[in-house]
Write a protein that binds this ligand. Structure first.
Ligand SMILES: Cc1cc2nc3c(=O)[nH]c(=O)nc-3n(C[C@H](O)[C@H](O)[C@H](O)COP(=O)(O)O)c2cc1C
Length: 341
């Protein structure tokens, strides 16, 4: 699949997730076979550009091309300016966020709140596409309210504006993350447009990936939450799509190596204080469902520095390895059951 001139290595894309898909995580997902990744959203508010958070989010150093920077805001002029800034900063693709349901974002009429105002959507699309020479993509939802899904009009307008690809989460803003993603409108959008369409929402297994690709006819799929603590999901899905067979789940030894490598990258990227704190949620995701992991996590959350955190994680996995704990989906399910009893 192509986004503008960029041919992706496959049609599996890491969904942008603020607080998760920083450069270390995107790099790891690409290593495990994701064909593309989009940055965390970055506000178009110029006054926040030099904040610590924005600087981390705009760090693409050494990242595998094509680099896609996501911008969020509500003012066409500010968004156009933000797009130019990101291109000067190294972005090869600019992605516009019209899907975020968070109150903080929607109260400023940004993210999915934009879907309430199609005229403003059109002005934003035109302004951003005109502002930069690189492909501009759009990520959005089915609409703002259930029963008032306006994605067919928005998608057509996006194509007419020159948007290079459309990523569509099969929920409305009203759905937030409730209910299940609806793929029927994604299929209709795909049938209507000539630009690539990327299906998103609730894809969490190789079978689901194949189902969504087949059912919607989408050119690619985008995976968010299912990649948290499981960056190898891209390898698993790619293998299944190619062969129809399942790859074995990673061994505990491999999970240990991947997690420790990920931690080292996070420590280097964020430094001592933030590195330790940001790593906690990743450690929690990687260890979910493993033996005695609830107890492990409670202890791990108390650790306040990166050296001790790394050691605590290493020791926990060494303990699992000593007991010959080989992780398989079945075992993980069993442990999950035991832990929730
Ligand atoms: C923690 C978190 C942060 C997110 N941040 C963003 C974001 O910055 N930009 C965006 O367009 N979508 C964001 N999303 C939405 C995801 O990109 C994706 O559309 C959504 O999670 C549905 O896909 P999934 O079911 O595969 O997770 C976020 C989702 C989560 C869970």
């Amino acid at each position: 699949m192509y986004i503008g001139p960029y041919q992706l290595s496959n049609n599996l894309i890491v969904a942008p997730m603020a607080g998760v898909t920083d450069r270390p995580f995107r790099t790891l997902c690409k290593y495990f076979g994701a064909g593309h990744a989009v940055s965390e959203m970055m506000t178009s508010d110029k006054t926040l550009r030099m904040s610590k958070k924005s600087l981390y989010r705009a760090n693409f150093d050494g990242e595998l091309a094509p680099i896609s920077a996501q911008i969020a805001g509500s003012d066409p002029h500010d968004l156009a300016e933000a797009a130019r800034y990101q291109v000067a900063n190294g972005a090869q693709i600019v992605d516009i966020n019209m899907g975020c349901p968070a109150k903080k974002v929607c109260n400023k009429l940004a993210g999915s709140a934009l879907l309430k105002n199609e005229d403003l959507v059109a002005r934003i699309l035109d302004a951003v596409v005109a502002a930069v020479d690189v492909p501009v993509t759009l990520k959005t939802r089915l609409g703002y309210l259930n029963g008032h899904e306006n994605i067919l009009r928005v998608a057509k307008r996006a194509e007419d504006a020159g948007i290079a690809a459309l990523a569509l989460h099969g929920r409305t803003r009203e759905d937030m993350y409730l209910n299940t993603a609806r793929y029927s409108l994604i299929k209709e959008v795909k049938e209507m447009l000539n630009i690539p369409v990327i299906a998103n929402g609730d894809i969490d297994s190789p079978e689901k990936a194949k189902y969504v690709l087949d059912y919607t006819g989408a050119d690619a799929i985008m995976i968010g939450r299912a990649a948290q603590g499981r960056p190898w999901i891209f390898r698993e899905i790619a293998h299944y799509l190619e062969t129809g067979e399942h790859l074995a789940a990673p061994s505990i030894a491999e999970v240990k190596d991947v997690l420790l490598g990920h931690l080292s990258e996070l420590y280097e990227f964020y430094g001592e204080y933030s590195g330790c704190r940001i790593s906690r949620k990743h450690i929690a995701w990687y260890t979910k469902g493993l033996r005695s992991s609830n107890e492990f996590r409670q202890n791990m959350y108390q650790v306040e520095n990166t050296a001790d955190q790394y050691k605590v994680v290493e020791n926990y996995f060494n303990g699992l390895l000593e007991h010959g704990h080989i992780m398989s989906d079945v075992q993980v399910d069993q442990v999950n059951l035991l832990e929730t009893k």
